[in-house]
Design a protein around this ligand. Sequence first.
Ligand SMILES: [Mg+2]
Length: 220
Amino acid sequence: MKPGPVWLFDLDNTLHNASHAIFPSINRQMSAYIQRHLALDEAEAQALREHYWHRYGATMTGLVLHHGTDPAHFLHETHQLGDIGPLLKFERPIRRMLRRLPGRKVIFSNGPRDYALRVVAAMGLADAFDDVFAIEDMRYHPKPSMAAFRRLLAVLGVRPERCILVEDSAANLLPAKRLGMRTIWISRQVRRPPHVDLRLGSATGLGKATARALGPLAPR
Ligand SMILES: [Mg+2]
């Protein structure tokens, strides 16, 4: 096992700009799925999708809880993105930053595994990560549920004190902090919540600045 810190990277809107084209496509597919399976019109389906997103942090969770939807079927049907390359938007220096960063690097994404692997490959980062921990690995209990974090720690066999979570969602950083992880928020917002150790405008800024702000990155 690699020495040093264990970097946990959220994927969407942390390492690439999912809001540019990928999220709009997935959202359309999710609304269409809800329309088909729950026999709703377009506006009703969209409203329900947004309601579950706000309430549970994942549309899938609301559908599973209230409509008995099969999460694997739902995620497969709503992540049909074809050639992902033209939809991707990300900062190229992210590749160099990740290769230089010391320690173990893990993708920790609420997305399905197949989708996460395709994005990472299309970004040219297939060799940059040691593990990918996706929604299937969380048994479909997405971040910020504590279950997702405990499962990740058990599967990776690491203590939370060694982990640094890099995330665009401040809500997802809260359980990480409670467990004793260090937390880096990727955000353009100026106000930093108390459970955030460091805020960066872009993940490309990880590296020396991070080491200074978080202290030694050796195992604690
Ligand atoms: Mg994200």
